[in-house]
Design a protein around this ligand. Structure first.
Ligand code: UGA
Length: 454
């Protein structure tokens, strides 16, 4: 089967590399970023994602992954995965310009018996609008919504050991064809995992992945609802963390016990500097906008977003107080800028917000991320933040250190050595990933988010 993936972003490149490694011929259209296209042609990913490079290299060498900036390849395509970005508009709604650019190309070029698969995260009702565009152009293309649930940093494992593949369409035959594609991918799992050197994450190994067929609108709503609910869990944990701070309780003890109830579950109840990235913030605002456009007020999601936005400031206030109420002239090191560990992505990173707030309040801010320095610069990091290429350089003579992203490199760092590089002894654990007692034993003053020692 000849597949075309449009858009070589995080989802598009991962999808293309995986299906090519399952033996399909995959055209990958990237018409906007020439530099990304060149990197992929040379057999590498343009972003950091564990296990992706070997998959891209093998597929390119085998001639199964064909990167191009030309839509002409759609002419001989059986299925198209549209993986375009859907950034948010200033009012929070989703900007579908890129999605509809692809629709225009598909209308012009895709053969009649081909299937158009929407993988971009789109507001509920977008598929109906696209089908109206097909009909207006006298095209009878099959339309399938197939939302993506992979997480950056664990994208390969998430796809190979999936919990669910959701395929929504009014065209049963097209939906079954798409499900079959995923079944082929599953049958190549061991080989792909070996090459990528990935293993199942947490509970994935025991998962029996479900293939779920739904209606088109349901599939669109499933995607944003899943992300919104996870964002809600995080904001809920952060609101309880503030109460834990005010009462001397420990949020980890609280959430470990609360999450032991299988009806609640422990995942995504980790309090800290709040969620960021290319998905949760825009999916929450997108859901609010979808509701508003139909007269449904999503009050609960407004609260989740507001709480999330408060977290970087909340942490910086605690730090400032611990340094005597004044940040002017203080040197603070921020370790980690990516929105989470395992990725070079710093979009909407709350670690970047922390660095910027420190700078705004007069601190001399020094930062280092193993992978995301460059992306942080492109995503709003203040030019007044000094970027470094190592932990040692960033923390040199610092009054305080903030661990803002939970990279293994920081978790494994010898805390005695870290402290020896610094002038002061304030340790801010922005993601609650350290043991407060162990940190305190090294002579640091520990601050977490809702942790009892401070
Ligand atoms: C998220 C979803 O988890 C994926 O299922 C989905 O496919 C993806 O969005 C998407 O829509 O494309 P991702 O944004 O890659 O994946 O990252 P997550 O691991 O979900 O983390 C998102 C943010 O929440 C990060 O900033 C992370 O640090 C934060 N987080 C996560 C917390 O603050 N607390 C937690 O307990 C968990």
């Amino acid at each position: 089967m000849t597949i075309t993936v449009v858009g070589a972003g995080y989802v598009g490149l991962t999808t293309a590399a995986l299906f090519a490694n399952a033996g399909h011929t995959v055209n990958l259209i990237e018409s906007h970023f020439a530099d990304r296209l060149e990197t992929i042609k040379s057999g590498r990913s343009w972003f950091y994602e564990a296990g992706l490079d070997p998959l891209v290299a093998r597929a390119i060498n085998a001639g199964l992954l064909l990167p191009t900036d030309d839509y002409a390849c759609l002419k001989s395509t059986d299925v198209v995965f549209s993986c375009m970005g859907t950034p948010d508009n200033p009012d929070g709604s989703s900007n579908l310009t890129f999605v509809f650019n692809v629709v225009d190309e598909v209308i012009k070029t895709l053969p009649d018996d081909a299937i158009f698969i929407q993988k971009s995260t789109v507001p509920v009702g977008t598929g109906e609008e696209i089908k109206r565009a097909f009909a207006a152009a006298n095209r009878s293309l099959a339309y399938v919504s197939n939302p993506e649930f992979l997480r950056e940093g664990t994208a390969i494992a998430d796809t190979l050991w999936f919990d669910r593949v959701v395929v929504g369409s009014d065209d049963v035959q097209a939906a079954e064809t798409v499900l079959d594609l995923y079944r082929t991918l599953e049958s190549h799992r061991e080989d792909i995992a070996r090459l990528a050197d990935v293993t199942p994450y947490e509970t994935q190994a025991s998962l029996k992945g479900e293939y779920i067929r739904t209606g088109q609108n349901s599939a669109e709503l499933i995607k944003v609802t899943a992300n919104a609910f996870l964002a809600l869990k995080i904001s809920f944990a952060n609101s309880i963390a503030k109460l834990a701070d005010a009462t001397g309780a420990d949020i980890k003890e609280v959430m470990n016990a609360v999450g032991a109830d299988p009806r609640i579950g422990r995942a995504f109840l980790n309090a800290g500097r709040g969620y960021g990235g290319g998905c949760f913030p825009k999916d929450v605002s997108g859901l609010i906008a979808s509701g508003q456009s139909r007269g449904v007020e999503m009050t609960i999601m407004h609260e989740a977003a507001t709480l999330n936005e408060s977290m970087p400031g909340y942490i910086v206030e605690k730090l400032k107080e611990a340094l005597g109420g004044e940040l002017e002239g203080k040197k603070v090191a921020v370790l980690g800028l990516a929105f989470k560990a395992g990725t070079s992505d710093a979009r909407r990173s709350t670690a970047v917000s922390i660095a910027n707030l420190l700078t705004k309040f007069g601190a001399k801010t020094h930062a280092y991320d193993p992978e995301a320095n460059h992306d942080a610069e492109r995503n709003g990091l203040s030019p007044d933040v000094s970027l470094h290429e190592s932990t040692e350089k960033a923390v040199d003579s610092a009054d305080a250190v903030c661990i803002a992203t939970d990279w293994e490199e920081f978790l494994a760092y010898d805390l005695g050595i870290l402290k020896a590089h610094m002038k002061g002894n304030l340790f801010v654990d922005c993601m609650n990933v350290f043991d407060p007692e162990r940190v305190s034993e090294t002579g640091f003053r520990y601050i977490g988010v809702g942790r009892s020692i401070s």
